[in-house]
Design a protein around this ligand. Structure first.
Ligand code: KG4
Ligand code: ZN
Length: 366
């Protein structure tokens, strides 16, 4: 039995969890800062790190209490996200983890946030089954990972536990970033993904014809580009305004949101399906904040059912940032990476690449 306390503070969520054997959540606490950042229309880094300082101790305490841990020395390790993310935010979590490790003698495991998202699909959850949410992928590789978050959009071939090959990714904006920017353009609020999804529910996805960037580009089979799509929405908004219409009027905004959301989902799933076929993968996992998107989930489910490929997407609470996924990743690192445990010199890295454990020829993330 391996019990890991995990801490995650890479962006605007202060999170702590206790995870058993990489799968079972004994606790999973997330203190979100969304209300604090809303007035700025995005995450304000200085405000985020100051808030982490205030919430980190109570959040860790709550995670330990809910897991019935009265003595941290009964745990096996402390894991913490050390990048990528906002440096000032990462520092708060890393320093808390170092303090706990120093005081208790527990091993310290630094975890890459992207690997955390990858392992969010391995956590057992009791949610009702929709997209096989309750299960985790079998130990069958290769697994194709589509990681879609606010900062990243990557297609990754996972060839074994903690073994990754990058197939492609966005050339400009991340998918979540595009959601956030289009939401701001339509004055739908922050964070943009849920706001676009909510508005789109009243709209027609075929109302406006928006581009599917790089969809049929042979030189960029597994790459994405979302900044052109964002510009197409901007041009549409300007066109509507010059025609005397109000693109922020709820019904019109709903049509724009639905058309934009469909364009993003189409490109993401078409390229993921193409990669799944090209690399003969055993299963497909989608993760990261944007994987909470209902249209994306439904399209993925349709597409991979047709292809008869098992598909896994985390329950909504594990799509966006959380510490449970960091605890899950730490368990597999501990098992598969002889260098998983670090000393107190662990640093934070705003642009940390995702690396494989072995020194094989797998290209590193950049
Ligand atoms: O993984 P995450 O919580 O943080 C990062 O690592 O970036 O992802 C946050 C991103 C934001 O851009 C947010 O707008 C997006 O995920 N997001 C969504 C939805 N929920 C969150 N995008 C589309 N639809 C959603 N329902
Ligand atoms: Zn994330």
């Amino acid at each position: 039995m391996t019990k890991i306390l995990a801490i995650e503070t890479s962006c605007d969520e202060t999170a702590a969890a206790v995870v058993e054997n990489g799968r079972t959540l004994l606790s999973n606490v997330v203190a979100t800062q969304i209300d604090l950042h809303r007035r700025y229309g995005g995450v304000f880094p200085e405000v985020a790190s100051r808030q982490h300082v205030l919430t980190i101790a109570p959040v860790v305490r709550q995670a330990l209490d809910e897991a019935d841990i009265t003595d941290v020395r009964t745990l096996d390790a402390v894991a913490v996200t050390h990048g990528p993310g906002l440096a000032g935010s990462l520092l708060v979590g890393v320093n808390a983890a170092k303090g706990l490790s120093f005081a208790s003698g527990l091993p310290l495991i630094p975890i890459n946030h992207l690997e955390g998202h990858v392992y969010s699909n391995w956590v057992d959850v009791n949610a009702p089954a929709t997209i096989k949410e309750q299960a985790r992928p079998a130990e069958q590789f290769p697994v194709l990972i589509l990681l879609v978050s606010g900062g990243h959009t990557e297609l990754i071939l996972m060839t074994g536990h903690c073994q990754y090959q990058r197939l492609g990714g966005t050339l400009d904006d991340a998918a979540g970033e595009a959601f956030d920017k289009v939401a701001r353009l339509l004055a739908l609020g922050f964070p943009g993904g849920p706001a676009i999804q909510q508005a789109a529910a009243q709209g027609d996805a075929h109302y406006f014809k928006l581009p599917r960037p790089l969809l049929h580009n042979a030189d960029h089979r597994f790459n994405f580009s979302f900044s052109g799509l964002k510009t197409a929405v901007l041009n549409l908004v300007r066109q509507l305004e010059s025609d005397g219409a109000d693109p922020r009027e709820p019904q019109l905004a709903a049509h724009i949101a639905a058309s934009f959301q469909a364009a993003v989902a189409d490109v993401l799933i078409a390229k993921t399906a193409a990669a799944a076929a090209a690399f003969h993968v055993a299963q497909v996992c989608i993760c990261g904040g944007v994987s909470a998107n209902r249209s994306l989930r439904e399209l993925a489910q349709q597409r991979f059912t047709q292809m008869q490929l098992p598909l896994y997407i985390p329950p909504l609470a594990l799509c966006t940032d959380n510490a449970a996924m960091i605890g899950a990743a730490a368990f597999y690192r501990l098992r598969h990476d002889p260098q998983a445990v670090h000393d107190l010199s662990v640093d934070v890295f705003a642009n940390l690449p995702l690396t494989s454990v072995s020194l094989d020829e797998s290209p590193e993330f950049t």
